[in-house]
Design a protein around this ligand. Structure first.
Ligand code: HEM
Length: 478
């Protein structure tokens, strides 16, 4: 009673059959939610589902999203086989935990990451150095071609460089794109993201399938991929432990954590498992999000040459061609800063937030939300709402400018709000700004002759990706 409106439930299945059928028909979770909302609700604010054992509420309207994110009764993270299997049956990590463990470990991570670059200056230094590698790698590709231009696969181009900015702080490591270890890690992350979506997988809604149909339900692959990721991280921790010298200064976050474990042992919320889970969460939350925002950005920049030219004119005027852009230039480059916000909008506007969980019985938008219901922000409904963002699927940095200055509306919060707000927003915006401006300073990104423009469709998954596309990359002339 008073649960948010939605399709009828039948025993065991809930409304799974209807949801899966729509998902198959539309190809996208957000389209499925749109149809369900239109069919079953009057005001569209929230829609209630039951898929197998899970009660799920999708939060559509701006007001309901704000109410949800500020409601401390909905500040939990989901529990259950899907969320715990990824951390060997225990609740570990930062992204999908709550309570004391989450509070203590989030604080510890932020405090200590700052020692290795997670502050403004450090981030900038790492981002600029990585952007320098991007330029070198592109020039090498061009020189290996005809010395004048090269066709580059762009939709997954940024993964390794973004991963490096985070992994430098976490484990003191940067990879070359061709490094075999890097390829392994990228394939693992790809498998991980392709197999699930934001609200889980078949086996999480119907845990009995882990036993009855482990392959068909996705459970076997999920375990296999996770085992390989755990091994990758545990091997790196073992290498750190071997090299660790208590008399020397810590070189990265792994060293700091190892020191705590050696000094105090596995006490309170600290454990080697927690370190593995934290690294895994940083990969999940921090790499795909930023690199996919950048690939959406370039898919539009290739289509919208006018936008690219405007960005380049601002770079030429403020930075010139003889030095690399820096964060100090950002206040003088509102157009390029607006591009950063526009590309994050295009990424988050095609997906959902990290799921929350009702910690106790509560209410939302006037409906009853029982304890343990999963509650999910539908960002598409806000960031792609034409009443809030004019012509939402167009790439228009100007929407974030007012009299030549950056102006962000209250309804733009792609990193969430309140307690579980993203802890990497500053890093993400720094990386995107520095990478974009450094690349646009040096190169033009053009449509490949004879090929269609990058598609506006995207590939669905735990996070959305720009559809595969290539660009013709040409060094800029004076
Ligand atoms: C364009 C890039 C990014 C976007 C759009 C983004 C967006 C988000 C969103 C919407 C949430 C959920 C907020 C909530 O549950 O209420 C979140 C959480 C989180 N993000 Fe990000 N994020 C990005 C980059 C990053 C980066 C670079 C890092 C790593 C440094 C990161 C680490 C996290 C973590 C650890 C959480 C969980 C926070 C918590 O529950 O306390 N994110 N992010």
């Amino acid at each position: 009673k008073k649960f948010p409106p939605g399709p009828k439930w039948i025993p065991i299945l809930g409304c799974a059959a209807e949801v899966f059928k729509l998902r198959e028909k539309t190809g996208y979770l957000y389209k499925t939610v749109k149809i369900l909302t239109k069919t079953y609700t009057k005001d569209g604010a929230i829609v209630g589902l039951k898929i197998g054992k899970d009660k799920i509420v999708m939060v559509n309207s701006l007001d309901a999203n704000k109410e949800m994110l500020f409601n401390e009764d909905i500040d939990g993270r989901p529990k259950g086989i899907f969320y715990q299997t990824r951390t060997w049956g225990e609740r570990r990590g930062l992204l999908l935990t709550d309570g004391e463990l989450w509070k203590e470990q989030r604080r510890f991570l932020i405090r200590h990451l700052k020692e290795f670059g997670f502050g403004r200056r450090g981030m900038e230094e790492i981002a600029r150095s990585e952007a320098g590698h991007i330029i070198e790698d592109i020039l090498e590709t061009i020189n290996n071609n005809d010395g004048k231009s090269a066709v580059i696969q762009m939709h997954n181009f940024f993964n390794v460089y973004i991963l490096n900015t985070l992994w430098t702080m976490m484990a003191g490591i940067r990879y070359k794109p061709s490094d075999p270890q890097m390829k392994v890690l990228q394939n693992l992350l790809f498998d991980l993201f392709a197999a699930v979506d934001m609200v889980g997988a078949l086996f999480s809604h119907f845990p009995i399938l882990c036993v009855l149909a482990p392959t068909m339900s996705g459970y076997r692959d999920f375990i296999r991929t996770h085992k390989r990721i755990w091994k990758f991280l545990r091997d790196e921790i073992a290498r750190h432990k071997e090299r660790f010298d208590p008399c020397k200064e810590d070189r990265d976050f792994m060293d700091v954590y190892i020191r705590v474990l050696l000094d105090k042992g596995e006490v309170d919320t600290y454990s080697e498992g927690q370190l593995v889970a934290t690294c895994m969460d940083m990969f999940m939350a921090g790499t795909e999000t930023t690199s996919k925002s950048m690939s959406f950005c370039f898919s539009y920049l290739v289509r919208e040459q006018e936008v690219q030219k405007k960005a380049q004119m601002e770079i030429d005027r403020v930075v010139g061609r003889d030095r690399a852009p820096s964060l100090d230039d950002r206040p003088n480059m509102p157009y390029n800063e607006a591009i950063v916000h526009e590309c994050v909008r295009h990424f988050m506007g095609r997906t959902f937030g990290v799921p929350h969980r009702a910690l106790r019985d509560t209410t939302l938008a006037g409906y009853f939300i029982p304890e343990d219901t999963m509650v999910v922000s539908n960002f598409t409904n806000i960031l792609m709402d034409e009443n809030l963002f004019d012509d939402p699927y167009a790439f228009k940095p100007e929407r974030f400018l007012n009299n030549g200055k950056i102006s962000l509306p209250d309804h733009y919060f792609p990193f969430g709000i309140a307690k579980h707000r993203c802890m990497g927003d500053v890093l993400a915006k720094c990386n995107i700004f520095v990478f974009n401006t450094t690349m646009l300073q040096k190169f033009d990104f053009l449509q490949v002759p004879g090929e269609p423009a990058p598609s506006l469709d995207h590939v669905d998954g735990a996070t959305p990706s720009a559809a595969p596309f290539k660009a013709l990359v040409v060094p800029r002339t004076e």
